[in-house]
Design a protein around this ligand. Structure first.
Ligand SMILES: C[S@@+](CC[C@H](N)C(=O)[O-])C[C@H]1O[C@@H](n2cnc3c(N)ncnc32)[C@H](O)[C@@H]1O
Length: 247
């Protein structure tokens, strides 16, 4: 069973209905208990191509993982990427470390990672504060967009420094774009996934307070400035983009 399919099986049955009813005050989106519980359904129905993104990350991670190195999943949520990697990795001596600063995410991911063919170490911590070292693979899948813009380059720089030569940073983000089609098509995708106009509007109002997208060119520039010269955009669906940057 592929990594994403596995996550979806493990967490099935908790549908995302968080924004279905009227919220008189739409609070800033938070990775709390309600979100953690419905997270797989929410992200699958909100991020077009999420399943392919996770399985693609696992495929690229397997290719770059080296013996006795660390694999980091930073902003791991329910450890979807770490799980997908654990189920496909060919290097048994690697250590997989999944980090998230939301206690509910860590709590809900604990049973999911209990029975993996390759152990995953979970850390409830801020990715701005943990040591990143001896890494062959670092995953930042839809995480950096929640960090203040001014602090993003420092994280990318720390990833670069923590990677061994030949290692890969997998960076996925919702990007801002001047192409209005992407936004319209994304709304249409969510509608097709069964979200009502009210749910789409309220979720959008909540998330826009905390998710600050930057352009694809911004990320390319940040990656180049810290030292990456081999940068490939390996995934795109509407404004969702993922880069593989090799040290
Ligand atoms: C959209 S989710 C990431 C999805 C996940 N990577 C996946 O592939 O399923 C963003 C996650 O980043 C976490 N996060 C945001 N800021 C963080 C920080 N400073 N340190 C650690 N985790 C953070 C949030 O708690 C949330 O779980």
């Amino acid at each position: 069973m592929g990594g994403f399919q596995l996550l979806s099986t493990l967490t099935q049955g908790v549908p995302d209905r968080i924004y279905d009813n009227t919220h008189h005050t739409v609070r800033p989106f938070a990775f709390d208990q309600k979100v953690a519980q419905a997270f797989t359904d929410m992200i699958t129905r909100s991020v077009p191509g999420y399943a392919g993104m996770v399985d693609g990350i696992a495929a690229i991670a397997s290719y770059y993982a080296t013996r006795h190195s660390h694999i980091y999943d930073l902003g791991s949520s329910l450890a979807g990427c770490a799980l997908a990697i654990a189920h496909t990795l060919h290097q048994p001596s690697c250590k997989i470390i999944a980090v998230d600063n939301a206690p509910s995410m860590i709590e809900y991911s604990r049973p999911l990672i209990a029975d993996t063919p390759h152990p995953i170490t979970l850390q409830c911590a801020d990715i701005r504060q943990i040591p990143i070292e001896n890494a062959s693979v670092i995953v930042l899948n839809l995480t950096l967009q929640f960090i203040p813009v001014a602090e993003r380059q420092e994280i990318i720089h720390r990833c670069y420094r923590g990677l061994n030569a030949g290692g890969v940073l997998l960076l996925s983000e919702k990007t801002s774009t001047t192409d209005a089609h992407f936004d319209e098509w994304h709304q249409s995708f969510k509608k097709n996934q069964g979200y009502s106009a009210l749910a789409i509007r309220q979720k959008r109002a909540a998330i826009e307070k905390v998710l600050i997208p930057q352009s694809e060119n911004y990320y390319r520039a940040q990656l180049s400035q810290v030292g990456f010269s081999d940068i490939t955009r390996w995934f795109q669906c509407f404004g969702f983009v993922s880069f593989a940057a090799i040290k």
